[in-house]
Design a protein around this ligand. Structure first.
Ligand SMILES: Cc1cc2nc3c(=O)[nH]c(=O)nc-3n(C[C@H](O)[C@H](O)[C@H](O)COP(=O)(O)OP(=O)(O)OC[C@H]3O[C@@H](n4cnc5c(N)ncnc54)[C@H](O)[C@@H]3O)c2cc1C
Length: 385
């Protein structure tokens, strides 16, 4: 069931109506993760009753760490002619690389079209390299991807991944040119992902509950990016009667959820079907990248671009996740309080999060894992059931 439809139902459904609907839906085998609603107080406004997550130690199936490829002044999409060759950068997407991927791919493909040549090498096979390669194919280029790692061994596989391009730039480094690129890339990607919603790509619309101990609630709206994203991610502030969580300031917005373990192989398959080739190769420096045969080269090496192309602006923001056994009945995302978040995927319930700036270690930190689990136990103890 589409959540837009659910939200529309929400305003009119009474407890009796909800029970009747659930009975019908269960009978028809369509309930999946859809939850019932309860009317609150004397008003006709309703509170959605959410399926609780089971955040216990014995349900933890793995701990993972990823390094967000952050660039202080925001992602770099720029063409640099190098003699006979055209080098195009597309890296440094921080905590929003999945969300922005089709958008910066579109910016990079536009730069590639300035070359009369139609053979391109894309360096990197994370979400940014894959979407860049696919849009270049759609614009008539023959594309070879060169990469050290393929999915599932990329940072892109660690991402949550909610469509919400945040943590992509330091607010004091934003310049008008970047703001224009960010706005264009966000809009393009938001629309492009909508064409991919469904089981094949592992993308679904989900309600997101932003949870804070005091107003305003966390999530798109408070950050630099949030000011631009409000048009795509409008929020509804919930009253105490409507909120599924007791004792917090809660707002809700709708966005897409992209499951990397389904999505990345599907896009890689599309790339191959469209005639693309993949070469496994690790490059030690920029010179070895520029020595490859193709006349147009797009650099999508993420965090590694900092060292490869001597860009001091690039640094990691470590993110650690605790993954619980899957619960198909959980069909919503929570963000907060603080930096906690929960995203339900087919390969597990993902609990975040951490944002350790400048930290290169890929080792999970036991204290952080305990904090993430405890934080979610405390949050879900306040869930209205
Ligand atoms: C915990 C966590 C949660 C996140 N949540 C979200 C989210 O909810 N939404 C969202 O939009 N984003 C999220 N992100 C951010 C997102 O994961 C990144 O922005 C994105 O994955 C960056 O993609 P990329 O393709 O640039 O890099 P990568 O996925 O790292 O891919 C880089 C590619 O370059 C290749 N490469 C690197 N160096 C070399 C070399 N020397 N030679 C050859 N190949 C090389 C690699 O092998 C790889 O194929 C999250 C990140 C983390 C860590």
């Amino acid at each position: 069931m589409d959540l837009t439809e659910l939200t529309a139902r929400e305003s009119v459904m009474t407890r009796r109506g909800a029970l009747k609907w659930i009975t019908l839906a269960v009978g028809a085998g369509v309930v999946g993760g859809c939850a019932p609603f309860a009317t609150t107080g004397s008003s006709r406004r309703t509170r959605r009753l959410l399926a609780p997550i089971r955040a216990t130690e014995d349900r933890v199936i793995r701990q993972v760490v990823g390094l967000r490829p952050f660039r202080r002044s925001g992602f770099l999409v720029r063409a640099e002619p190098q003699g006979e060759k055209l080098l195009i950068h597309n890296y440094g997407h921080g905590g929003g690389g999945v969300s922005l991927s089709w958008g910066t791919a579109d910016l990079a493909a536009e730069l590639a079209l300035a070359s009369p040549r139609r053979e391109v090498a894309v360096i990197g096979c994370g979400v940014v390299g894959l979407s860049t390669a696919r849009l270049l194919q759609d614009r008539g280029f023959g594309v070879t991807i060169y990469a050290r790692d393929l999915p599932p061994n990329t940072t892109s596989n660690i991402a949550g991944a909610q469509w919400s391009p945040v943590t992509v730039v330091d607010a004091d480094r934003v310049v008008p040119e970047f703001e224009a690129q960010f706005r264009r890339a966000s809009r393009f990607a938001y629309r492009y992902f909508q064409t991919l919603v469904g089981a094949r790509y592992g993308i679904s619309w989900r309600e997101n509950y932003s949870i804070a101990t005091h107003a305003p609630a966390a999530g798109p709206g408070g950050s630099w990016e949030g000011a631009i994203l409000r048009e795509m991610l409008p929020r509804t502030v919930l009253s105490d009667e409507e909120s599924p969580f007791r004792g917090f300031q809660v707002s809700r917005f709708l966005t897409m959820h992209i499951e990397p373990s389904i999505y990345l192989p599907a896009v890689l398959q599309d790339f191959r079907i469209a005639g693309g080739h993949v070469v496994i190769r690790e490059f030690s420096d920029a010179r070895s990248i520029l020595a490859i045969a193709e006349p147009v080269i797009v650099n999508c090496t993420g965090l590694a671009a900092g060292a490869l192309f001597a860009d001091p602006d690039v640094l990691p923001i470590k993110g650690q996740l605790t993954v619980l056994a899957p619960q198909p009945e959980v069909d919503y995302i929570t963000i907060g309080p603080g930096d906690l978040y929960m995203m339900p995927r087919q390969d597990g319930i993902v609990l975040g999060g951490t944002h350790e700036r400048g930290e290169w270690s890929l080792e999970p930190n036991a204290a952080e894992a305990a904090r993430i689990l405890r934080g979610h136990q405390d949050l879900f103890a306040t869930l209205v059931t």
